[in-house]
Design a protein around this ligand. Structure first.
Ligand code: HEM
Length: 547
């Protein structure tokens, strides 16, 4: 807009000079020299005023150009920010993570967005290309991500946390060695025997809470498999350890994660539980070192490699959580799903029976031959299952494999968490600055109706999608689960015992069979358990199977 009255235009132009410089280029060029000249001529001779009127706008123009060139532009590709940064608005990230993350996608209308957690940037991803970049990136650190965003591991600097990269690499190497084929083959009868012992306590019929009983059972077999045989043999110590690990879970609160330095009651509880776990495991390692009898277990494997004592203690303390928590919950959900799907119970039982027919050399129990052996046939079933070799458990059980896969797809409310420990990178085309945290919710694929039609339905018969990273239940790309060989073996052995040994029904508290199974709570990212009353009714089937 041009001003035609020179007087008016002078005053207006000068009054708005600074403002105009920054926002209205056209008006500056035309109006400033005139107005400035009139202004200066009021104070100085005509010639000097003319010079000043020319020089000043040039300086202003230069300043303006340099401010444009040096100004911090919002980089193109920066993820849109979630409005609201107060602690209150991000609290649900810890308490109802699934809802929080999905509301973020809805509010921003974007497949990638970011929010602030204290002074840290957290980028949330979804979509095919972001997922691919995420799982393939080498500079996203899982441990750093979990330490800051989850905090649900025993924190003992130098033992279970703040480990150097070479210590983490050594722990991973030993974990692979602990799952060698020879070692897993020797573990089969031990896992079966532990499980059979605990299943015997369930009785011939009755009800049980799978989220309690299965997680206890799998804690026992995990202590046996990656811990120490002396601990696994002592039922009291195993129960004590389980309680302490449960305390770590229940005492993990948003405040204890965000302000881990603050000695809140839950932080103190966590600290005490961690110290007690340390004492139990350290004592077992010390006793073995000081002349205990060598056993065929993971502790002995670590001692034989002459690993540092603190690394050994940290290995057992850390992997007992990684191993038992996820395997226990997966086992509980598997039994829940099987108890509501008699067809899959029977199909799984049929698959294991065929393996028994092929591999078992133990005589099949028959009440006619040995009427006195009722009803303790779980022992003989476990002995028969021990005859099935590891290769068969790993390669000849497509039904059990698909039941595990479908259980993890439907009931593993995991969000993968990382820290970008390198320079700025792009994931899915969006910028993730160095030091920022990145979260990828598994629901992006596992509950995606385009990949899994009717995604909340349990259906092990679903095909596997060919889309890259369409199934990430045991990780993907650079971070695959390093304990999956053991986890799958434990789950298969326990399921075999259950489907051949019992008939399972999901019932309510009154004992009535449920029409509909309970759904997993995707907001319960830590323990994945159920929060309402539900039980599984058992009938021991052995007399049917062995006649
Ligand atoms: C059914 C049981 C299990 C499930 C569902 C499971 C799932 C996973 C998943 C999804 C990851 C990748 C995490 C991510 O990308 O954010 C992972 C990593 C890992 N898992 Fe498992 N896991 C199970 C059992 C175990 C067991 C028994 C152990 C050890 C005894 C174990 C040790 C590990 C370790 C060490 C990693 C980290 C790998 C790395 O840093 O690259 N897991 N697991």
């Amino acid at each position: 807009m041009l001003c035609t009255d020179p007087k008016k235009s002078d005053s207006l132009a000068f009054g708005n000079f600074i403002h105009l410089i920054s926002i209205k280029r056209l008006r500056i060029e035309i109006m400033c020299p005139l107005g400035v000249h009139t202004f200066f001529s009021a104070f100085m001779p005509e010639q000097a005023a003319a010079k000043a009127a020319l020089i000043l706008p040039c300086i202003a123009l230069l300043l303006w150009l340099s401010s444009i060139l040096t100004s911090k532009q919002e980089p193109e590709g920066k993820p849109v920010s979630l409005p609201g940064w107060s602690l209150l608005s991000i609290w649900p990230f810890f308490e109802r993570r699934f809802d929080f993350l999905h509301r973020g996608f809805q509010i921003t209308g974007q497949s990638i967005y970011q929010f602030k957690l204290l002074h840290n940037t957290v980028v949330v991803l979804s979509g095919e290309s972001a997922r691919r970049d995420f799982f393939q990136s080498k500079q996203l650190d899982l441990n750093a991500g979990f330490k800051f965003l989850s905090g649900a591991i025993p924190m003992m600097p130098g033992v279970t946390s703040n480990l150097q990269a070479r210590q983490v690499a050594l722990i991973h190497k030993r974990l692979v060695a602990a799952q060698s084929s020879e070692r897993l083959s020797r573990l089969i009868p031990e896992i079966l025997d532990d499980s059979r012992r605990l299943l015997d306590c369930w009785g011939i019929s009755g009800t049980l809470d799978p989220f309690n009983e299965l997680s206890q059972l799998i804690f026992q077999t995990t202590v046996r498999s990656i811990g120490c045989a002396d601990l696994a043999d002592d039922a009291e110590v195993v129960a004590q350890l389980k309680n302490l690990y449960d305390t770590l879970d229940t005492a993990t609160t948003p405040a204890s994660v965000l302000f881990s330095w603050f000695p809140s009651p839950s932080a103190v509880k966590r600290l005490l539980a961690t110290k007690k776990i340390y004492d139990i495991i350290n004592r077992a390692v010390t006793e073995r070192l000081q002349g205990g009898v060598p056993r065929d277990d993971t502790l002995q494997l670590l001692l034989d490699h002459e690993d540092d004592k603190m690394l050994i203690v940290g290995f057992i303390m850390g992997l007992l959580v990684a191993g038992s928590r996820s395997t226990g919950t997966t086992g509980s959900w598997m039994i829940t799903f099987l108890s509501g799907h008699p067809h899959w119970q029977a199909t799984a039982a049929g698959e294991v029976k065929r393996l028994l027919e092929r591999y078992s050399s133990h005589p099949t129990y028959s009440p006619a031959c040995d009427p006195s052996s009722q009803p303790h046939s779980l022992a003989s079933l476990s002995a028969q299952l021990s005859d099935i070799p590891l290769e068969a458990w790993e390669n000849e059980v497509p039904v059990l494999d698909s039941i595990i896969r479908e259980t993890l797809r439907l009931a593993e409310p995991h969000a993968a968490m990382r820290q970008n420990v390198g320079p700025e990178i792009r994931l899915g085309g969006k910028i993730v600055p160095g030091g920022a945290y990145v979260v990828y919710p598994y629901s992006d694929v596992h509950l995606n109706p385009e990949l899994y039609p009717d995604p909340l339905r349990f259906d092990p018969a679903r095909g596997v999608s060919k889309m890259p990273y369409a199934y990430v239940g045991l990780g993907g790309g650079n971070t695959m689960c390093l304990g999956q060989r053991l986890a799958k073996l434990e789950l298969k052995l326990i399921t075999a015992l259950l489907v051949l040994g019992f008939e399972l029904h999901a019932v309510d508290q009154a004992g009535l069979v449920l029409d509909e199974l309970p759904q997993p709570d995707w907001n319960d990212t830590l323990t994945w358990t159920l929060h309402f009353v539900f039980v599984v009714r058992l009938y021991q089937l052995l007399s049917l199977y062995f006649t």
